[in-house]
Ligand binder design. Structure first.
Ligand code: ATP
Length: 235
């Protein structure tokens, strides 16, 4: 579904990612793991059109996205849940969710999708009239994911959904990621929490200082000595 070929992105003269090749098959969860500053967020921003690559191609269903604007990329079916969630704090939960459907005009279908988001995240339903800035971190993550789903993406990009959340909430969020994928959405998941990421992903890539140093199925990565030692904390 998404094929990244030779992607290089610079900030000024400094390369943040170099010659990346990543394949995201339709219907799968693919994760990108790596420590701080390894280039995970930069890769996602390249896909969603927030930054323009220096070279390389990003093919989505065969079409090169690398020169398109963000809003065109959203219309093609790619939604990003940014690191730090990016919910509009002064708006209610319901208002934030409706904003997620801004590219759509089909009111009835939007209302049906709202019901589906509430089924996926019952907590958001209970709090739909609450100001979003007063939600807990976990609830804000759910809201950011719900908002992205309101655009009916074919590919959902998640940037560190576990960040700053208690382990029990992380588990809940990852269960929902799995459910979203089971219902047909392809997912690219960026995570520092390699354990959790590999527990839901089919395939994974490991980034170090902007380059892929390992890749494989989740099983292969979980059994790779280097990954176990450095990323999974197993000695
Ligand atoms: P984290 O988990 O800490 O967000 P990351 O793997 O997502 O890390 P990136 O945010 O993609 O890493 O950063 C990759 C490199 O690019 C880092 O060295 C970072 O300092 C640099 N970088 C990121 N954003 C900018 C920017 N706007 N200007 C200059 N350099 C940047």
């Amino acid at each position: 579904m998404l094929k990244i070929e030779g992607l290089t992105i610079h900030y000024g003269v400094i390369p943040a990612v170099k010659e990346l090749n990543i394949d995201i098959p339709q219907g799968k969860v693919v994760c990108l793991i790596g420590t701080n500053g390894s280039g995970k967020t930069t890769t996602l921003r390249g896909i969603s059109g927030i930054i323009k690559p220096k070279s390389g191609r990003i093919l989505f269903e065969g079409k090169d996205l690398s020169r398109l604007d963000s809003h065109e990329i959203v219309r093609m079916g790619i939604s990003q849940v940014p690191e730090g969630r990016g919910v509009f704090a002064d708006l209610t939960v319901l208002e934030n969710l409706k904003l997620g459907a801004f590219i759509r005009k089909d009111k009835q279908a939007i209302n049906k999708d709202l019901e589906e988001v509430f089924a996926l995240f019952p907590r958001l339903n209970e709090r739909k009239h609450q100001q979003s800035g007063t939600l807990s971190g976990g609830e804000q993550q759910m809201l950011a994911m719900g908002r992205a789903l309101m655009a009916r993406p074919k590919l959902l990009l998640l940037d560190e959904p576990s960040m700053g959340l208690a382990p029990i909430i992380v588990k809940e969020i990852f269960k929902i990621i799995k459910r979203i994928n089971d219902e047909g959405t392809t997912v690219l998941l960026v995570e520092q929490n390699a354990n959790m990421a590999l527990s839901v992903a089919h395939h994974g890539y490991v980034l170090e200082t902007g380059e892929i140093v390992a890749q494989g199925t989740a099983d292969e990565l979980q059994n790779n000595d280097m990954i176990r030692r450095i990323y999974l904390g197993i000695h």
